[in-house]
Design a protein around this ligand. Structure first.
Ligand SMILES: Cc1cc2nc3c(=O)[nH]c(=O)nc-3n(C[C@H](O)[C@H](O)[C@H](O)COP(=O)(O)O)c2cc1C
Length: 184
């Protein structure tokens, strides 16, 4: 099983990158995990679609090969960062054959008071527009995140770790159920 993941934070000691490291550690044996780099994509431009940039094709190809996806968003001014939205705009095209369409996907994020609730709501809305199978439950908003990660962006909080584990297990279950239906 392959799970691909990406985040909208680019900074080195990002708490949201810390979530990705944490998830990599908790995955059961046999589950491959690959973090993609949305910052390598050019700005979305419909004119480029006829001759799709290589970085975009590679990003989409890896998602297409994956069984499930994890998207981790920080919250910038009440929404997801531009780099993440840009990646989703590329991935959403063409809508009917988007590599994320119908793919089991989980979202989460670490932030201040609201724990990225607004950013996650925006992310969920965007993913819904092109038919991504975003799991409704469990919802994991990591609030007051600066108290739960150390200065290097490594998670230090057991309750958050347990919540992330539940989220990841829900994804694995959804992937297994989907593949059971596909092979039935
Ligand atoms: C431009 C900008 C806007 C922000 N807006 C919000 C916001 O609306 N809500 C919030 O909870 N945190 C906001 N923050 C704080 C970030 O969520 C916080 O810095 C977080 O740690 C960033 O994620 P990272 O650690 O993964 O880089 C903002 C930070 C920046 C740089």
């Amino acid at each position: 099983m392959l799970i691909v993941a990406f985040t909208g934070s680019l900074r080195e000691k990002s708490l949201n990158k810390g979530i990705l490291r944490e998830v990599r550690e908790m995955l059961p044996e046999g589950v491959e995990f690959e973090v993609l780099a949305p910052e390598e994509l050019p700005y979305y431009n419909m004119d480029l679609e006829a001759n799709e940039p290589e970085a975009v094709s590679a990003f989409k190809a890896r998602i297409r090969q994956a069984d499930g996806a994890l998207i981790v968003t920080p919250e910038f001014n009440g929404g997801m960062p531009g780099v993440l939205k840009n990646a989703l705009d590329w991935v959403s095209r063409p809508r009917e054959t988007s590599p994320l369409r119908g793919k089991p996907t989980i979202i989460t994020g670490a932030g201040a008071g609201g724990g990225t609730a607004s950013a996650q709501a925006q992310l969920r809305l965007a993913l819904g527009r092109f038919g991504v199978n975003v799991l409704e439950q469990p919802v994991v908003h990591i609030v007051k995140a600066w108290e739960k990660f150390d200065a290097d962006g490594n998670l230090q909080d057991e309750e958050t770790r347990a919540n992330l584990r539940a989220l990841v297990l829900a994804l694995i279950k959804a992937v297994e159920e989907q593949s059971a239906i596909a092979t039935a």
